[in-house]
Design a protein around this ligand. Structure first.
Ligand code: AMP
Length: 634
């Protein structure tokens, strides 16, 4: 009996016969015009996947399923915050997306225009994303937890023609109003979008701006029977921009293509996530993050699956809520983050065994390191395979995982598995740039170009920054740097050891310490500040700030220091959003720096975590670290 080739062969072929491999995967989606070339890599590191072809993401996610599964669930919207539950079949989703597309066109949105989506987890956000790609417009979803300053910088970078938003989101029973943040952001921004489409959930004041703000319900009623054909776009036409944090204060707009993304997602559903058409996928992320784009909206729908969009907490009304949805909608694949598992771990485990989880094949966790105790606990609690997978906003789909569909392989706790097909992953010695081939030796995780389909094409509007950020940091080599440390064991399993740069990861959300520092620096009494990520039992990491004050007397007593700490936190809340708020702001008289003036963030972090700060011979003032030590010990 002939056996299917194993994973090693599958991966080898994806690199050595790249074009043959991806030509086969490209069959998983519909094409309006076939491509001429699988990968045009004539201008490295810029890859043009499926050049010459034409397709449409919305067609692949919605229209093509009308033939076989029009009445099957496509989008299941569940809000435990507003007690709403509504399922849309592919036919209904198609109708809603057509209406939204007609509304956007009515607002003047054309192919190639940007539309900024600043919305909570509601069905209309999904309609808006799909409507954009339907008409060839480029969406830029901004996470609802971001405040006006963050939003304004994204408005100025993407220059959207229109914004789609809502009056409010809800979290833990509390209304989180969006409209005033949006108005403030538009005031702050230099670019002024002409139109703002507002979904009114009846939760907060809308205060419409005459001539600019448009009511969604009224528009929808006007376009109830609208039919808007899919705009066939080139394979390389940008589908969206998604901003992510980097080492500078300015967020990077990750730009995604159309065809490469569709093929990559379709292939990942088949080889990694084990999802079959007709089944239900439940990803607990948010549309503001990359997981939300790839595995709430596009991946499951392209694969003909129903997808659950959930607004609410994992423990409200009780810790059984997610598992009750698994039972009710026969979820076959679930995707979440280690932080959520750690939150559940604090609840009564009985909630996890109360429901029938027989439909569930596996729980995938990603976004941050999955610690062994959490992995072991959740695996035991739900009695399902737990599959850690490692990727980034930039890649859009996993770089490392266990591809159980290709070949069943054991998981190793603490490891997100092996290099995924399409990624030629290497470990690089930071100082020499040489590849590390010896097992269990630490290096920078890097990828040889071209990156596989679905990964970022460039940074929006800044090709130079794309090359200088991602392709120029490895000594003597043009390779993509993930900016993560890792090791690989003798079996080819990777272990992720943290970032090489100043990016931190709070509850699976990536934040740039520079961004938080810039925000804190805008407080009138802050002269200088250093923000570091410190290990936290629940959130993985939290941000902690150390600030030098212009007038230390204003934090002379403990009560004054606490008051100032609160005021500084509020600055961050107002500018960036509560996600970026540091857990503590501590006051010092001097910051630990090298003699050349570079902040020693890693030494501060080590001290905060009770570790040895390492070699401090280049430090300017050793007493600076002593202050940090004393504050942390308190
Ligand atoms: P983001 O772009 O926000 O998804 O953040 C990507 C970063 O999160 C990666 O560069 C890693 O530092 C971290 N990360 C993502 N997934 C994992 C994982 N499975 N294990 C460890 N770290 C991860």
């Amino acid at each position: 009996m002939s056996q299917a080739p194993g994973y090693a062969e599958f991966h080898r072929r994806s690199i050595e016969d790249r074009d043959g491999f991806w030509r086969e995967q490209a069959q998983l989606i519909d094409w309006h015009r076939p491509f001429d070339q699988v990968c045009d890599y004539s201008q490295p590191p810029f890859a043009r996947w499926f050049a010459g072809g034409q397709t449409n993401l919305c067609h692949n996610a919605v229209d093509r399923h009308l033939k076989d599964r029009a009445d099957q669930n496509a989008l299941i919207f569940v809000s435990t915050e507003t007690d709403t539950e509504k399922a849309y079949s592919f036919r209904e989703l198609h109708a809603e997306v057509n209406r939204m597309a007609a509304i956007l066109q009515g607002l003047g949105v054309k192919k190639g225009d940007r539309v900024l989506i600043y919305m909570p987890m509601i069905a209309e956000a999904c309609f808006a994303m799909l409507a954009c790609v339907r008409i060839g417009a480029i969406h830029s979803v901004v996470f609802g937890g971001f405040a006006s300053h963050s939003l304004a910088s994204r408005i100025d970078d993407a220059k959207p023609v229109a914004i789609v938003s809502a009056d409010a989101g809800m979290r833990g029973g509390k209304v989180v109003p969006y409209k005033h943040l949006l108005d403030d952001a538009i005031n702050l921004a230099v670019h002024k979008p002409a139109k703002v489409l507002m979904v009114n959930r009846g939760l907060a004041d809308l205060a419409p701006v005459p001539g600019r703000d448009v009511d969604y319900a009224a528009e929808r009623a006007r376009f109830l029977d609208a039919q808007v054909p899919c705009e066939w776009v080139d394979s390389t036409h940008p589908s969206y921009i998604l901003y992510t944090s980097g080492t500078t204060g300015k967020p990077k707009g990750v730009q995604r293509d159309t065809a490469g993304y569709a093929v990559a997602l379709a292939a990942s559903m088949k080889h990694i996530y084990m999802g079959e058409p007709g089944e239900t996928y439940f990803s607990t992320s948010d549309i503001g993050w990359v997981v939300g784009h790839s595995y709430i909206i596009y991946g499951p729908l392209i694969n003909g699956m129903a997808t659950i969009m959930y607004e609410g907490l994992p423990i409200r009304p009780d810790a059984g809520i997610w598992w009750s949805l698994v039972e009710k909608y026969k979820v076959s694949v679930m995707f979440s983050a280690p932080t959520a598992a750690r939150v559940l771990k604090k609840q009564d485990p009985a909630y996890l065994s109360k429901y029938d989880l027989s439909s569930l094949k596996a729980l995938f966790l990603a976004g941050e390191p999955l610690d062994e105790p959490t992995a072991t606990w959740i695996a035991g609690a739900i009695n399902k395979p737990i599959i850690d997978n490692y990727w980034q906003t930039e890649t859009g789909w996993p770089i490392m995982a266990i591809c159980n569909v290709v070949e069943k392989a054991p998981t190793k706790f603490g490891s997100p598995g092996k290099a995924v097909y399409g990624y030629d992953v290497r470990l690089i010695d930071e100082s020499t740039g040489e590849e590390i081939t010896e097992p269990n030796k630490k290096g920078v995780i890097a990828v040889n170009g071209p990156l596989p389909p679905g990964c970022l094409q460039t940074i929006w509007g800044d090709d130079k920054r794309y090359v200088s950020t991602y392709w120029s940091s490895i000594h003597n080599k043009v390779m993509y740097s993930t900016f993560d440390w890792g090791i690989k064991d003798a079996d080819g399993y990777f272990f992720i050891l943290g970032r090489t740069d100043d990016v931190i990861n709070v509850a699976g959300h990536r934040l740039g310490t520079r961004e938080i520092e810039e925000s804190i620096s805008s407080h009138p009494n802050v002269a200088e500040v250093a923000v570091v990520g410190v290990a936290d039992q629940l959130k993985g990491q939290v941000a902690v700030a150390f600030a030098v004050l212009k007038d230390p007397a204003l934090a002379g007593t403990e009560a004054e220091a606490l008051k100032l700490e609160g005021a500084i936190m509020k600055v961050v809340d107002d500018q960036l959003g509560a996600v970026a708020r540091p857990a503590r702001v501590r006051f010092v008289s001097v910051l630990p720096k090298t003699r050349s003036g570079k902040l020693l963030r890693r030494a501060i972090q080590a001290v905060c975590e009770g570790r040895d700060p390492g070699d401090l011979t280049t430090m300017e003032d050793p007493a600076a670290l002593q202050q940090v030590k004393e504050l942390v010990a308190r």
